[in-house]
Write a protein that binds this ligand. Structure first.
Ligand SMILES: *[C@@H]1O[C@H](CO)[C@@H](O)[C@H](O)[C@H]1NC(C)=O
Ligand SMILES: *[C@@H]1O[C@H](CO)[C@@H](O)[C@H](O)[C@H]1NC(C)=O
Ligand SMILES: *[C@@H]1O[C@H](CO)[C@@H](O)[C@H](O)[C@H]1NC(C)=O
Ligand SMILES: *[C@@H]1O[C@H](CO)[C@@H](O)[C@H](O)[C@H]1NC(C)=O
Ligand SMILES: *[C@@H]1O[C@H](CO)[C@@H](O)[C@H](O)[C@H]1NC(C)=O
Length: 459
């Protein structure tokens, strides 16, 4: 009797197990939808998953069978020396198990040498950046027509004229045309160098970006690369992260014909970035430091109140301008930061997004890069985030006072953003944004990154 009961229990357990397994497989597959898009003669599957880490292994398996055209999901993430390798972030961002930092392949002496050489390289780079700036300011005077913004090309042919019957479905149902420079004059050449300014929503962005390069052709860096990895970086198609402006000097050394020279002779590399309203960004940065124990800025933020931290941390003082220039915290030429940052924003960066308008920024990015897979889920947002309206007015005022350059840059970025939309064509753009928001549905509604409350002025 008990024997039969045991056998029955076993049978039911077994069936339950099979059902659960089947359900899991179904769930995995359904979160990783594969859209098939025709492109020239080949039919290539283009992955459209929501960035969920659980689909990574499937994604990898599938992308090994896809051809190029940017639909693949190659990634090569540098996690060593990652100051932001806190468990909370990495768990949402990378597959479990991958997050453990590997033992260093260098001896202590070698590491010290790399550190020293990297510092020397930074000093050289600062000088190159300034020299390039002076060279370019002279060049601008001799340009044949007013050159307003690098991200808003002077002439882009018939691109604007998305008119006629069915043009919306034609251009949004199959986006492979975005990869064709003849059909998409906004398409930027490789290498794409994406400067991720801290707390501008870049981690959600990073999850999209890394899916859109072929395996081994993209790297995500959490700090500016040290000298020992530069030789690998100059072979990439895309690099993203808290890197500083200036990597193009190394790409140029590696192969100065890789990127076609611009008519204007100004910097030809595909620099991209996203800016955020400065007061909001500073507050967000402070709380981010506090909640991430492994962050290099953690101790300072824990020791100080927000008000004290404003005076103590360079991150609270025009950090966006510094990143756009390519200067480190230790750079002592701050009298040039303002004009140089503005120069870069106007004449160098080929795409400028806005954190406050994240879905629009992503759709816009797809026009500049040809990205085919642009879904995302929100990651790396500050959980202890205090809303701006809870911050006393005197602190808000002080942040504004200390971030005059960033405030000016942000105003320019907003102007650029509107012009970028005009170049794409507002009708097409609006249809795409609506479709995109509909597709990402839940992710968009849940996201605080995209729903950042406006700065409420208490006066
Ligand atoms: C600036 O221009 C000078 C003279 O043409 C040139 O030798 C130098 O390499 C340029 N520097 C940069 C960083 O572009
Ligand atoms: C746009 O295309 C339409 C129809 O093809 C044409 O009539 C119109 O002149 C074009 N407009 C511009 C500005 O090229
Ligand atoms: C536009 O779409 C409708 C419905 O799908 C179709 O009947 C019509 O032929 C299309 N027009 C053109 C010009 O493709
Ligand atoms: C440099 O880039 C050009 C254009 O992509 C390519 O044709 C050439 O082979 C490259 N040269 C080297 C040495 O890689
Ligand atoms: C910035 O300071 C340096 C050194 O003090 C000086 O040589 C340079 O002319 C200054 N630049 C500007 C734009 O004021």
């Amino acid at each position: 009797m008990t024997n039969i009961l045991n056998r029955l229990t076993f049978k039911y357990l077994f069936i339950t197990l099979v059902v659960v397994l089947l359900f899991q497989v179904y769930f995995l597959l359904s979160t990783s939808k594969i859209r098939v898009t025709s492109s020239e003669s080949a039919i290539i599957p283009i992955l459209e998953n929501n960035g969920d880490i659980t689909t990574n292994s499937i994604e990898r398996k599938l992308t090994t069978t896809t051809s190029h055209h940017g639909g693949g999901g190659g990634e090569s993430t540098t996690l060593e020396n990652d100051p932001r390798n806190s468990r909370n972030n990495m768990r949402t961002y990378y597959k479990r198990g991958v997050e453990k930092s590997k033992p260093s392949k260098y001896t202590k002496d070698e590491e010290d040498l790399i550190k020293k050489q990297s510092l020397e390289e930074r000093t050289k780079l600062d000088q190159w950046i300034i020299d390039e700036y002076y060279n370019e300011t002279h060049m601008i005077d001799s340009l044949p027509h007013e050159y307003k913004y690098a991200s808003v090309p002077y002439y882009i042919g018939d691109y604007l004229n998305r008119t006629g019957e069915n043009w919306t479905t034609e251009y949004t149902s199959n986006t492979a045309w975005k990869l064709d420079p003849k059909l998409n004059p906004l398409l930027l050449p490789y290498p794409h160098i994406f400067i991720h300014i801290p707390k501008t929503g870049g981690s959600s962005l990073g999850s999209i970006v890394k899916r859109n390069y072929n395996k081994g052709h993209f790297q995500h860096h959490w700090a500016h690369p040290k000298v020992d990895v530069l030789k690998d970086i100059v072979k990439l198609d895309g690099i993203f992260g808290h890197i500083k402006y200036g990597l193009h000097f190394y790409f140029e050394k590696e192969n100065n014909t890789r990127v076609p020279v611009l008519e204007s002779n100004l910097n030809k590399y595909s620099y991209m970035t996203m800016l955020r309203e400065p007061v909001d960004r500073v507050i967000s940065h402070y709380y981010y430091h506090r909640q991430n124990r492994k962050d290099p800025g953690h101790a300072l933020a824990m020791k100080n109140s927000l008000k004290e931290w404003l005076a103590a941390s360079p991150a609270a003082n025009n950090d966006q301008a510094r990143m756009i220039c390519g200067f480190g915290y230790d750079f002592n030429g701050n009298n040039i930061t303002e004009e140089l940052a503005e120069h870069h924003l106007r004449y160098t960066y080929k795409y400028v997004g806005l954190t406050e308008r994240f879905p629009e920024s992503i759709v816009m990015l797809s026009h500049y890069t040809g990205y085919q897979s642009i879904r995302y889920t929100k990651i790396n947002s500050g959980r202890q985030r205090v809303s701006v309206s809870e911050i006393p007015q005197d602190i808000i005022d002080e942040i504004k006072e200390r971030n005059q350059i960033d405030i000016k840059l942000y105003a320019i970025a907003k102007e650029i953003f509107e012009l970028e939309i005009d170049k794409i064509g507002r009708d097409l753009f609006n249809v795409e944004v609506e479709e995109f928001k509909h597709k990402i549905g839940g992710a968009f509604k849940k996201s605080t990154t995209t729903n950042t409350p406006p700065i409420v002025q208490k006066s």
